[in-house]
Design a protein around this ligand. Structure first.
Ligand code: GLP
Length: 230
């Protein structure tokens, strides 16, 4: 088993800069890289730094394919809660990406990814309950791309994104094999509230109760700020 690499940064800004460096290096080495990208708050400073680099002509994402990680069920794309909408505003458009794989039908999604040859780089956040995408606990490493009912913990943590709007109860998620099969994964973790779940993710034997713990068996780099570092 490969040991995950853990890099700790003084703050979220430094983490974002380092994450952007790694993503740009991947795209320089393989301009047509297939990137699986999380929404959520954690990667936003990283995406903003990538957008800055794209606007400055320091990076070119024109041949990259961006793959959606998760989506609520029953939310049209012009709804403010659409995760596709969030991904488009924060990542796809500002980086000048034209090739995308959206998650709306699990079978089509998996077939599209197979045709592309899988994920080169997964940029992931860590759910406060250990979920990856919306692979809620318990999820085993074989849990496929599918529809899930969100756990109370995820409904609660996602509430922070949407103000007064209710959090949809059901979601689609890229399956565990899609995520764990990425040739490389970056797990971005910031904030004190993630420290304990990050400790479990990295140091406990992999368990469905902490789906992210299965990343221990993959080529993983964890970028954490000091508040989240175990
Ligand atoms: C959300 C999303 C994940 C995200 C995670 C962490 O529920 N489903 O894709 O990575 O939880 O979110 P945040 O970065 O806002 O803590």
């Amino acid at each position: 088993m490969v040991e995950p690499t853990l890099r700790v940064f003084p703050d979220a800004g430094a983490l974002a800069h380092a994450a952007a460096d790694l993503i740009c290096a991947e795209v320089r080495a393989k301009p047509e890289a297939v990137l699986l990208v999380a929404t959520g708050n954690t990667p936003m400073p990283t995406y903003a730094e990538l957008a800055r680099r794209a606007a400055a002509g320091e990076a070119d994402f024109g041949r990259v394919t961006a793959v959606q990680l998760d989506e609520y069920v029953g939310v049209p794309e012009d709804d403010p809660r659409s995760l596709w909408g969030w991904m488009e505003r924060a990542f796809v458009r500002p980086l000048g990406i034209t090739r995308t794989v959206r998650l709306s039908d699990p079978a089509t999604f998996d077939a599209e990814l197979r045709a592309l040859g899988g994920i080169d780089l997964a940029v992931l956040g860590l759910g406060p309950n250990g979920h990856l995408g919306f692979n809620e606990p318990p999820s085993n490493p074989g849990a496929p791309t599918r529809r899930v009912t969100l756990t109370p913990a995820s409904l609660e943590s996602n509430r922070a994104y949407w103000g007064d709007l209710p959090v949809p109860q059901d979601a689609l998620t890229a399956g565990m094999p899609v995520i764990l099969g990425a040739r490389r994964a970056l797990l971005l973790v910031s904030g004190e509230h993630k420290r304990e779940i990050l400790r479990r993710t990295l140091t406990e034997p992999p368990t469905p109760e902490v789906p992210a713990s299965f990343l221990q068996r993959t080529p993983l780099t964890v970028l954490a700020d000091a508040a989240a570092a175990p």
